[in-house]
Design a protein around this ligand. Structure first.
Ligand code: ATP
Ligand code: MG
Length: 396
């Protein structure tokens, strides 16, 4: 058993000693069985939240209305969720009400896919009530129970099916896939943030292209946020060659392939409710990725903060090797990486009487920065002072 489970064993046994059932559940069990590394473990228990709280001293109500209590143990937080069922999904998204139950089976039944409905005892024994192990062996994603019903309850599960298929390289089982085709329009009713979480995980999946191909074929793309992207097939081809390592790279890749003008691209990013950081990165690099041969030394200097992402997207979009080499070379040879590296300051220019505070000073500093970056002047105090003097003289 991975260390994460070993460390959490005392929590399970404490619940069991008090007469409750307790299991590891969800992604950590699935990923361990698949030989993948895990980040955190989730625990499900027959103990009700108040019972969990009375057993452990150090707890936080992280999601008590859903039955989740966090137990703090040696600096690690463990989420213990009471077995529960969810009822009456009236809006295709969230359950109207959760009910706590004492039965593990009831709890596993409401989970999305068979590979996500496995439970593990504290000693590592697996409880497999829905043939999740067999589906895992076959490499399929199958809804627990009736797929049409499950996707009608919560449309997000369709995105999750595609996301898991991208991460695991699994196929979507035939009935589950049929339900996905039928119910994809319900995706339009899901909160953008929830869709984005799953879609970003999909884009970073090692088999993202396979999953996007399914999404394209099954018309899922039509129900996703933002203006429609025409060029998915090229994006899919790119992803077959390499995998994005973060969301900013993934979105830059997607948006450098989309035939959007600036306005439409911004619209797309707002519709997807992307973080400000991702928006900034995308806006900075897309113009360069779309036209890398034309990028100038100063263009590259201006996006230096995003150089890692830039080079990654260039590699993904299969730009000419010479182009990537040229840009890498530019980065290496840049005399400065930021304005603060310039060997003269506005203050110094004022003190030496060359300039007075005001708009001209700002312009001169910009000129200096440009001239240093493109190599028109050496980044040397005296050389820059001379450059500034000459510039001011030219203005008069
Ligand atoms: P990851 O490794 O990406 O966290 P995960 O399987 O743990 O994957 P979570 O979103 O963390 O995914 O959810 C934990 C578990 O809760 C899932 O394994 C699944 O059993 C259940 N679950 C999560 N979302 C849903 C949903 N929309 N419908 C049904 N069950 C769900
Ligand atoms: Mg998880």
């Amino acid at each position: 058993l991975p260390q994460e489970f070993i460390e959490a064993q005392p929590i399970l046994t404490k619940l069991e000693d008090a007469g409750f059932e307790a299991y590891f559940v969800g992604g950590s069990v699935r990923d361990t069985l698949l030989g993948k590394t895990i980040h955190d473990v989730d625990i499900a228990s027959s103990a009700f939240p108040e019972e969990v709280k009375s057993l452990f001293h150090n707890t936080v109500d992280t999601g008590i209305q859903h039955g989740t209590v966090m137990v703090l143990d040696h600096g690690t937080g463990y989420e213990i969720t009471t077995f529960r069922v969810e009822s009456t999904y009236t809006d295709f998204r969230r359950p109207d009400r959760v009910t706590f139950v004492r039965s593990l089976e009831e709890d596993l039944k409401r989970r999305d896919f068979t590979i996500n409905a496995l439970a593990m005892r504290h000693d590592g024994e697996i409880l497999d009530l829905f043939n999740g192990l067999e589906d895992m062996k076959k490499g399929v994603i199958r809804a627990v129970g009736d797929a049409e019903k499950r996707f009608t309850e919560d449309a997000l599960r369709m995105m999750r099916a595609l996301r898991f298929s991208a991460q695991l390289g699994f196929n979507i089982e035939a009935d589950t896939q049929k339900a996905l085709v039928d119910l994809a329009p319900n995706l339009a009713k899901i909160a953008v943030e929830r869709i984005r979480v799953e879609f970003e995980k999909l884009l970073l999946g090692s088999q993202a292209s396979q999953s996007l191909e399914m999404a394209l074929r099954d018309h899922v793309m039509n129900y996703l946020p933002g203006p429609h992207i025409e060029d998915w097939s090229n994006i899919i081809v790119d992803l077959n060659k390499g995998q994005a390592t973060n969301y900013a790279v993934a979105w830059t890749h997607v948006l450098s392939r989309a035939q959007f003008d600036d306005t439409k691209r911004r619209q797309f990013m707002y519709d997807w409710k992307m973080s400000r950081n991702v928006m900034k990165t995308v806006s900075a690099i897309v113009p360069i990725v779309q036209n890398p041969e034309k990028s100038t030394v100063f263009d590259i200097y201006q996006v230096l903060a995003y150089q890692k992402e830039l080079l990654e997207v260039l590699a993904l979009t299969d730009s000419q090797p010479e182009t990537i080499e040229r840009i890498s070379h530019i980065i290496e040879m840049l005399p400065i990486t930021k304005a603060a590296d310039i060997k003269i300051s506005g203050g110094e220019l004022i003190r030496s009487g060359i300039l007075a505070p005001g708009p001209l000073l700002g312009r001169v500093l910009k000129e200096i920065e440009y001239a240093v970056v493109v190599g028109d002047v050496l980044n040397d105090h005296d050389a820059l002072e001379k450059f500034a003097k000459e510039y001011v003289n030219d203005q008069n």
